[in-house]
Design a protein around this ligand. Structure first.
Ligand code: PHE
Length: 315
């Protein structure tokens, strides 16, 4: 069934790249969701990702109680293509023009492969962009707030001492640092081998992604790309619980039942990963102070606790 409000696919006039803007829902208000700039085997894979991620943003905004729907932008790089500064700027301006054409139905923000400086470039073409640098009037990098939301979520697993953090990107790295600072036992992994130095400095055990995924820990923290929890993976897991910021961790909703059958508690990423949007929309749209917005991010702990209580009830 096609449930999206609108999907725009264009060839960026400057960059020649596929620019995909998927607006899933505006039922609760303006659709929001980040701009992903990353490599896909083909543009159709980028389209699939945009469709899935934008739908997940609708769920994320709703579970966070925000007056927003979900959307996502994907700039799909062909395999082997990397962008220099000028090419990156062209791609972002193309995305900005596509978003501008929606007249505020959708606003973007940072995501995998983009950050605050890129939001400033998009802002040259449209006002509907969150997380420009603080010195330029935005709320700045959202990843620390997403990480704080993950920490609030992890507080639901109070007795947890050991964690496996799968992915040390902007959010995963901060989560790993905060966990290490709290004295936790850590296993970490990343496809980027250069992150090994970070693991060493944190006193964490470095593992390959497959070993990290199946590590024997209290909580597995997926912090990289989606789709890691599949019917093939679930029987191999040795964690007691799963809670992390990666979007769309389940390959399909039914995989949640397989986790439940194994007695593994799963915290939906739609709840765990909402810190960035809670903070950015609070500060930029609702004029909350940074302290007020951070307090709302911490509320992810209560939201998740309520969810886990109802999930624990016998069905
Ligand atoms: N990457 C963010 C997310 O998935 C997107 C975002 C952050 C959008 C901040 C708006 C503001 O939630």
């Amino acid at each position: 069934m096609f449930t999206h409000r609108r999907v725009l696919i264009s060839r960026g006039p400057r960059s020649g790249l596929p620019i995909i803007v998927a607006v899933h829902s505006t039922d609760r208000g303006q659709a929001i969701g980040g701009c992903r700039l990353t490599t896909y085997a083909g543009w159709r894979d980028g389209l699939d990702d945009a469709l899935r991620l934008s739908a997940a943003m609708t769920g994320k905004a709703a579970r966070a109680g925000l007056p927003h729907g979900g959307g996502k932008t994907v700039i799909a790089l062909p395999p082997g293509v990397t962008l220099d500064d000028a090419g990156r700027r062209d791609a972002l301006l193309d995305a900005g023009d596509a978003i501008a054409g929606l007249d505020g139905e959708y606003a973007t923000g940072p995501d995998v492969g983009t950050g605050p400086a890129d939001m400033l470039t998009i802002a040259e073409r449209t006002p509907y962009v969150f997380c420009r640098p603080v010195e330029s009037g935005g709320s700045g990098d959202s990843s620390p707030h997403t990480a704080d939301g993950v920490m609030a979520a992890l507080s639901c697993f109070g007795s947890a001492r050991s964690f496996a953090v799968l992915g040390l990107g902007r959010v995963g790295e901060r989560v790993a640092r905060l966990l290490a600072g709290s004295g936790a036992t850590l296993i970490v992994s990343d496809v980027d081998q250069s992150k090994r130095a970070l693991a060493d400095s944190l006193g964490a055990t470095w593992a390959g992604p497959a070993d990290c995924l199946t590590a024997e820990v209290d909580v597995l923290v997926p912090a990289a790309l989606g789709g890691v929890l599949t019917p093939a993976v679930v029987p191999t897991l040795r964690c007691a619980a799963i809670a992390g910021p990666a979007n769309n961790q389940l390959d399909s909703p039914a995989t949640a039942d397989l986790l439940r059958a194994r007695g593994i508690r799963w915290a939906p990423d739609e709840i765990v990963s909402a810190g960035g949007i809670i903070y950015a929309t609070g500060v930029e749209l609702r004029h909350e102070t940074p302290a007020q917005a951070s307090a709302r991010v911490a509320g992810i702990g209560d939201t998740l606790a309520a969810h886990l209580r109802s999930a624990d009830l016998p069905k």
